[in-house]
Design a protein around this ligand. Sequence first.
Ligand SMILES: Cc1cc2nc3c(=O)[nH]c(=O)nc-3n(C[C@H](O)[C@H](O)[C@H](O)COP(=O)(O)O)c2cc1C
Length: 184
Amino acid sequence: MAESPMLGVVASGAGGVEGLFDGLVRPALDAGWRVGVTLTPTAGRWFRDAGLVDEIEKATGLPLRVESRLPGEPKPHPPVDTYVVAPATANTVAKLALGFGDNQALTQVSEAIGIDGVEVVVFPCVNAAHVRHPAWPGHIAALRAAGVHLVDGEDVWPLTEPRSGEWHPIPWHAVLDAVNSTRP
Ligand SMILES: Cc1cc2nc3c(=O)[nH]c(=O)nc-3n(C[C@H](O)[C@H](O)[C@H](O)COP(=O)(O)O)c2cc1C
């Protein structure tokens, strides 16, 4: 029997990321993916502080990654078929579009964008001000041109103004649908 496809879940420091396990990790495991989770340093700090690391490691059977490995250490996660970056902050989207790899999460996904056969799904968890930044349209265009599947649009993630008090839950279902649509 063929091995289950491997999903690399990457998450950054956006509000709602605390729901990553119930929203994405558990449903992806239930849908038949193997899952390895990597967080940006910001999200890693939040998860450690909230005690959210153990349930992820127990369920996935893999270490939750934040730091890069030492050169002599084996790779902690198997090769990935699909990466999903959800939620992706404005910061992480910008750095991905420019190819930065200044943390482990970005190192993996920036490289994956250039690997044929590895799919990348990104949910930009941004507000109306982030989108008005003059560099934003270029970042999104670069990611689309590279074949990245973007989970966005008014029906999925209506943009709110910062400090408006308006708030939306992370659209985990739309993220999971996009992930499952890439299944090899
Ligand atoms: C409670 C909280 C919620 C945040 N939510 C968002 C968000 O939804 N989108 C975003 O782009 N930044 C958000 N930020 C700001 C990011 O955490 C910050 O820009 C950080 O440097 C991102 O780092 P990372 O992309 O490496 O995770 C939030 C910060 C805090 C403290």
